[in-house]
Design a protein around this ligand. Structure first.
Ligand code: SF4
Length: 128
């Protein structure tokens, strides 16, 4: 008989914060049941989190001719969780020049992960 392992997750889909459970057949490497969700979104989240978790990337990049030396950026959609450090490392080599508008694409399809890195705020040019 296969061993069933249950893993717990907290749904972040809305303020209800449902406590999710994913039961996996360890021999078959297959999800056999998802419990605790109150809507389809939560069920999908549990499966995604269990099989291929993703996260929004948030960091800063260097910018010149601006009031601040760093511009906050984020990914346009969740990226693979395992790739977040690699993406942040790649963004260390990005150097921008003001002005930048919130939502501007800073890096398109970063490292081929099918998400863009976008500006999280306006950064006007400062005359020196
Ligand atoms: S399962 Fe649905 S209702 Fe529950 S926290 Fe997630 S999104 Fe909200």
């Amino acid at each position: 008989m296969s061993e069933i392992q249950t893993t717990h997750y907290l749904c972040i889909g809305c303020p209800l914060g449902c406590r999710l459970e994913v039961a996996e057949d360890l021999e078959q490497h297959a999800i056999v049941e998802v419990r605790g969700f109150s809507c389809r979104r939560g069920r999908d989240y549990a499966i995604q989190e269990h099989t291929a978790p993703r996260r929004i990337v948030t960091t800063t990049v260097a910018i010149e001719r601006a009031r601040w030396a760093r511009l906050p950026v984020r990914s346009s959609a969740p990226a693979p969780k395992a790739a977040v450090s690699e993406i942040c490392a790649a963004l260390r080599s990005v150097h921008l020049s003001a002005p930048v508008k919130m939502g501007d694409i800073i890096v398109r399809n970063v490292l081929g992960y099918d998400v863009d890195i976008i500006a999280a705020r306006d950064m006007p040019e400062v005359q020196t």
